[in-house]
Ligand binder design. Structure first.
Ligand SMILES: [Zn+2]
Length: 461
């Protein structure tokens, strides 16, 4: 059995994963701010950490892994959206949180164990700020409470920056009431028409970074095993979470492993709202099965950038067609419940190497396709399904995948027969027959697409 290794951003190297308590493995991933639809770049961490969640549950037991992914439901952008639409804030946040859950569900993302909402944790956040003020790590200025970065000597360690560079950097907001330009807001005053809570510093609301520190402690503990998120969160968000939590907890580390997924790019640009090049999950799932999108997100190693193209989706669809084609051929075979094959597992255990795992999955599909005896077929199908499920793939009904569920057996058999005839004709370079059979298939509302890597087909509604 190979052990799980994970690349720890803090250590800047792969480390063997050893949870503090194998009976209670804890993971926190920064979740969405719910004021609009998630784009496919936002879905990448959800899918990556869902895959890790599956791997951890397999290793430690389904009930032994506690995964928290928060909902940020108080934020400037939410307030602005509510103002523009004239709707109450709760309507906006409930609406988009529901859509987020449904969209991620379509991508096969399992619900996390806990989904804490920021607005349900205001007393905990106020308590943490008080703790930081008493400890000399935070100060009140102009109605705000700010974290004093100079009070934490390891500030900048995660992102490998030093304080002087940060002060020179443009990303920190400079306000006159700050002692140091890199000091960040823990609590800020709320205007009368903004959501706010009474606090020792007047009516106000929490800073974004504070939310995660308070919710992570409340649900998972002072030091957790894994903290994850997109690489864009390393600085300042995670750096600030660490500063708050470590200083509030007398030096206890916030997390033992820090994991970050890479960007999703459109050509050479990062996909982002500000660049106007976003593709919304909500729209993509109208044109593609969610499983195709999930698979596409797993084609690159999670730490590498992933270039999102139409071609990637077409290729991904063909790959899944192959897997489901094999499962469909073995439709009558009862799979032997097997363990996940070693080579496949080794790939995932090597810092979640999903491209390697996907190529192993194809190997398994090939084995299942070549299996001759009933015993071999049952075992190969079992291995294929067990491996695929760790990636959150391959669990749909193969007939449904090809659009065949509502057909009577005779029509289904006729389509199968035509598909085989066409394949044989193409292999024999008998293009005239292949075209004639395609017309017959089209007449049965079966769409056939030929590509450089073979043909795909599916029954249209
Ligand atoms: Zn966070």
């Amino acid at each position: 059995m190979t052990s799980l290794t994970l690349f720890d951003t803090m250590a800047r190297r792969k480390r063997d994963f050893e949870p503090t308590d194998p009976g209670r493995v804890t993971m926190y991933v920064c979740g969405p701010t719910v004021y609009s639809y998630a784009h496919i770049g936002n879905a990448r961490p959800a899918v990556v950490f869902d895959t890790l969640f599956r791997v951890l549950r397999r290793l430690y037991g389904a009930d032994q892994v506690i995964y928290a992914r928060n909902i940020t439901d108080v934020d400037d952008k939410i307030i602005e959206t509510a103002r523009e639409s004239g709707k109450p804030i709760e309507d906006i946040t409930t609406h988009y949180a529901d859509i987020y859950r449904a969209d991620m569900g379509a991508l096969g993302v399992t619900l996390p164990t806990i989904e804490p909402h920021a607005t349900d944790h205001i007393p905990e956040m106020i308590g943490m700020v008080q703790n930081l003020v008493y400890g000399g790590h935070a100060y009140e200025a102009d109605g705000h409470v700010l974290f004093d970065v100079a009070s934490y000597e390891k500030y900048g360690r995660l992102s490998n920056r030093d304080l002087d560079d940060m002060i020179a950097g443009a990303r920190v907001e400079v306000a006159s009431y700050k002692r140091n330009p890199a000091d960040f807001v823990l609590w800020k005053p709320a205007k009368d028409d903004e959501p706010g809570w009474e606090s020792p510093w007047g009516r106000g609301r929490p800073g974004w970074h504070l939310e995660c520190s308070a919710m992570s402690e409340k649900h998972l503990g002072k030091t957790i095993d894994i903290h994850g998120g997109g690489t864009d969160l390393v600085f300042p968000h995670h750096e600030n979470e660490i500063a708050q939590s470590v200083c509030a907890h007398k030096g206890a580390p916030m997390a033992n492993y820090w994991l970050h997924n890479g960007f999703l790019t459109m050509g050479t640009d990062k996909m982002s709202k500000s660049l106007g090049n976003v593709q919304l999950v909500h729209e993509l799932i109208k044109d593609h099965p969610g499983e195709v999108l999930r698979y596409a997100l797993l084609t690159a190693h999670y730490r590498a950038p992933l270039t999102w193209t139409a071609d990637l989706l077409a290729k991904t669809r063909r790959s899944l067609d192959r897997v489901y084609g094999v499962l469909r051929r073995l439709g009558d075979v009862e799979a032997t419940p097997g363990d996940v094959p070693a080579a496949f597992l080794e790939a995932l255990h090597d810092d979640l190497n999903t491209p390697k795992a996907l190529s192993e999955l194809f190997q398994l599909a090939g084995n299942a396709n070549k299996a001759v005896s009933d015993v071999e077929k049952a075992r190969a199908k079992g291995e294929l399904l067990a491996a695929a499920s760790l990636l959150g793939l391959g669990q749909s009904d193969p007939d449904a995948w090809f659009g065949l569920t509502d057909l009577d057996p005779a029509e289904r058999a006729k389509i199968d027969d035509l598909i085989i005839r066409r394949q044989t004709a193409r292999e024999g370079k008998d293009w005239a027959t292949a075209d004639a059979v395609r017309d017959e298939l089209n007449a049965l509302k079966v769409q056939v697409d030929d590509g450089p890597e073979g043909s795909t087909w599916r029954k249209l509604d």
